[in-house]
Design a protein around this ligand. Structure first.
Ligand code: ZN
Length: 551
């Protein structure tokens, strides 16, 4: 059990951190015995724990008492841990000793210092963990560090420090049974057909990109001859689409069903036609308005819902106005017959208050936290989390968006380069678990984008890497189930751990697992740290568990 001694102002962020690192913990009580105490260095608890972890980016009384020897006072710096970069957004201290593998990148000074009296251990970590977590879950990471699952690395480091001191650990990893991670396929429905775009900028943009643009891409080797021909043929068919004589090639719901072949996915639909909404400066951007009428396409969406797909809201004003959000939610529910209550904002409009505004509008989850201009981890996590101010609303972070990868004004990648950008994210999902959320727009598998081949390969790749596919609502429900888990008793005796745990299980969701990590001695070295990942035992955890495991 970890006892956490933190400022009252940090209690919400501490609680959320330990929902993500799901291991037994409680706020520190002086009358309790803990194997590990985690504190911020302001107050140091009495000498009862085997390990005291002191996080803090500023010098504390503890530092002078233990003669920590501060080497540098930094802020907004990058550390490196096991060949991974770990950005620190607040203050950071380094110490005059290089005994551990947590290093400041440029100076190679250690941001960690170890002290021991033989029986008790103190580890001083030179940044404020909860301030870092707060930054990640509220403001998020700048684009520069988008590719780093920073929050997961903080968890991995803390786990490693505990195990490295010879203390075993029990946790419920964010990993479903019989899989490595969850893959959540989503589609923002921005167009739902080209027939609604007669004579507008979208139509002229399409005509240019399908003809001249496609030719330029052919010359540059970005488009195959076959794709070029497909685009040209679509451009010639356009008048016939408007006349109702040819199929609307931007209407792709059936094609998605074919490609996904029974794999559940989530379609976010825009509730109102011709409404651009209002941006953060109080202005309307006419280009943001959808041209399709949900009432017209709703009968075609109903079969999707019936075959295990989910329909969510692609919100316009819900992010800033609860009353409007409620209207948007009710309109989508009424027209599509959906009972789900999730949302992703169109153009990813979002503000600091948005989680609470969306919760008050009756949404159970949001999936807007991601980047337009790049792919990666805006909140630094592969996990569904609860924004600090909400009571029930969860955030399903959005990680990979098609337009971020391929738009000339964003990453502008070739298919090969895009695959190379996604590969480390796939590895992160396998290593850390959690969810990899993909957003492939409704018309992206049609001319002129023709990102269908890439999408099909991505699905294959997710399957090969051990993904379990769930809709957005099921993904958040799975994390909600994990959050409901309670360790009723954990006791260690004679090389055995006795575990008693319960959770509110939900039918139709993959089960959880409880993981028992073996400690790896009282010393840490680089050679040991590479073997860490395999030294655990997993047991299935479906509802009520009472078991003993040898460690
Ligand atoms: Zn959109």
């Amino acid at each position: 059990m970890i006892g956490v001694l933190a400022k009252t102002a940090d209690h919400a962020v501490v609680a959320e951190f330990f929902e993500l690192f799901k291991t037994p913990w409680e706020f520190y009580r002086a009358d309790r015995q803990y194997s590990v105490v985690l504190c911020d260095g302001e107050k140091i608890p009495g000498l009862t724990a085997k390990l005291v972890l002191v996080y803090g980016g500023r010098e504390t009384a503890f530092d002078s008492e233990k003669q920590m020897g501060i080497a540098a006072r930094l802020s907004n710096t990058v550390l490196s841990y096991q060949q991974r970069r770990l950005p620190i957004y607040g203050d950071c201290l380094t110490f005059g000793s290089a005994e551990t593998p947590l290093l400041q990148e440029e100076t190679r000074q250690s941001a960690i210092r170890h002290a021991s009296d033989g029986e008790h251990n103190w580890i001083r970590i030179g940044y404020d963990l909860f301030q870092e977590i707060r930054q990640l879950l509220t403001r998020g990471q700048p684009v520069e560090f988008a590719g780093i699952p920073t929050l997961e690395i903080h968890i991995a480091l803390l786990r490693e420090l505990i195990l490295g001191t010879g203390i075993p650990l029990v946790e419920i990893p964010p990993v479903p049974q019989a899989a490595k991670f969850i893959a959540c396929l989503t589609h923002d429905v921005d167009h739902a057909g080209i027939r609604n775009h007669m004579g507008d900028h979208t139509m002229f943009g399409f005509l240019y990109r399908a003809t001249a643009g496609s030719l330029i891409n052919l010359v540059r080797g970005r488009t195959s001859l076959k794709q070029f021909a497909t685009n040209l043929s679509a451009a010639f068919r356009l008048p016939f689409v408007y006349l109702g004589l040819a199929k609307d090639f931007w209407f792709q719901f059936e094609h998605y069903q074919e490609i996904e072949n029974g794999t559940p996915s989530t379609f976010f639909v825009i509730p109102r036609k011709d409404d651009p909404g209002i941006n953060s400066e109080g202005r309307s951007e006419s280009m943001r308005a959808a041209k399709y009428d949900l009432a017209e396409i709703a009968p075609l969406l109903r079969p999707l819902h019936a075959t295990g797909h989910e329909i969510g809201v692609h919100g316009i004003d819900a992010w800033r106005d609860s009353a409007k959000g409620r209207e948007e939610r009710e309109r989508v529910a009424e027209l599509t017959g959906t009972t789900e209550t999730g949302i992703r904002m169109h153009w990813l409009y979002f503000g600091e208050q948005s989680p609470v505004v969306l919760e008050n509008a009756g949404f159970s989850y949001d999936s807007t936290v991601g980047y337009n201009e790049t792919v990666g981890y805006r909140a630094g996590t592969t996990q569904v989390f609860k924004p600090l101010d909400t009571v029930t609303l969860l955030e399903l972070p959005m990680h990979i968006m098609d337009t971020s990868l391929f738009y000339p004004s964003y990453l502008n990648l070739s298919p090969i380069a895009a695959a190379a950008v996604i590969e480390p994210m796939m590895k992160n999902a396998v290593q850390f678990g959690g969810v990899l959320t993909v957003n492939w727009h409704d018309r992206s598998i049609a001319p002129e984008r023709l990102w269908d081949k890439f999408y099909i390969k991505l699905l294959g790749n997710l399957k090969r890497n051990g993904a379990r596919f769930l809709t957005a609502a099921k993904t958040t429900a799975w994390f909600r189930m994990r959050r409901s888990a309670v360790f009723e008793n954990i006791s260690w005796e004679n090389g055995m751990v006795h575990i008693k745990a319960v959770l509110k299980s939900e039918a139709g969701l993959p089960g959880l697992k409880i993981r028992v990590h073996k400690p790896h001695g009282g010393t840490r070295s680089k050679s040991q740290s590479s073997e860490l990942e395999s030294s655990w035992t997993d047991v299935a955890f479906d509802a009520h568990l009472e078991t003993q495991i040898a460690i």
